[in-house]
Design a protein. Sequence first.
Length: 329
Amino acid sequence: MVTAQAFKICVNLKNGNGQKTLHKYGVKTKNKATADMHKVYDERADELIGYLQDEYEGFDTEENNEANPRWNGLSFVLMVIQKVDDDDELIEERKLVRAVANKLRIEEYRVGIEVEDLPICVGCDKVMTEEESDRYGDYSDAEGRPVCYSCYEYDRCEAPATVVFSDEPNEPYSIGSYHDDTEGQFKLEYHRTDGWRGHYNVVPSEDWEELHSDAILAMSQDEKDLKDFDDLLLEALNDRGIRWARVITRTSNVFCCGYDFFVETGHMEEIEHIVAQLRSMLRDPYKFHATALTGKDPDDLNDHDRVFVEMASRIMAENKERFGNEQME
Ligand SMILES: [Zn+2]
């Protein structure tokens, strides 16, 4: 398991290294002397970081330099982070104190170390600092594993699923890997076709039953048919006061989105015959598959396309399991 630790190194240069030693740097005023001293210790601190980077696996300071200015008066604060895998060598506090004192050329008693365990983001493996969580807040996935703000924000902006409920038709909810506005009413399972392609299966809670599952093929005649199907379906359900939810999911194909339609559990019988009728009117499987396979509307198919669609449909029909969203990805 990978874990991360922060070592806050506090070095106190007051006394001894104050006014008395200023002449060493050939300066006259105290402010100028302090600035020059910072420069000297900055260089030595860089040397220290270089040493630690050579000595230990997963050692880094980058993420923290901004959040933790090294200098504050005559105290020196350096935040260093070590990300360790099981077999990496751990930084020993005692050894670190010695290294700091040695590289900065000061006495060991001036070096204080605070060790803190830091969370690592499940999305990008980044080590998260306290400053970051103070500034942006804390986030986690469904299993409670920490998620950094950038991953969380991306998950929201580029959410793989958008859910619209009949109660609030103008208020879309979203579901991602690290957030779920529906609070468990729907879950996503990513179905990987291969390394590059895939789609999400929508799994409803027991409050919902799937009425219809489809795919939106962008800019096609089939898409228009599905829109009409959706309009008529909503009308029928709203007339009967049956609650519904429509889940649109992204797939790895930008021209194709998943369309999954649910009704509140217990209303299936009441609505089934209407859906069957709408399907026979507006969901022509030949049109759908021809469009999915060729990217063309059926009217625009040439002889080659027709043969191809015919053959592909036969092959897919033999393997009904895979006869779904997959062939379009
Ligand atoms: Zn992240």
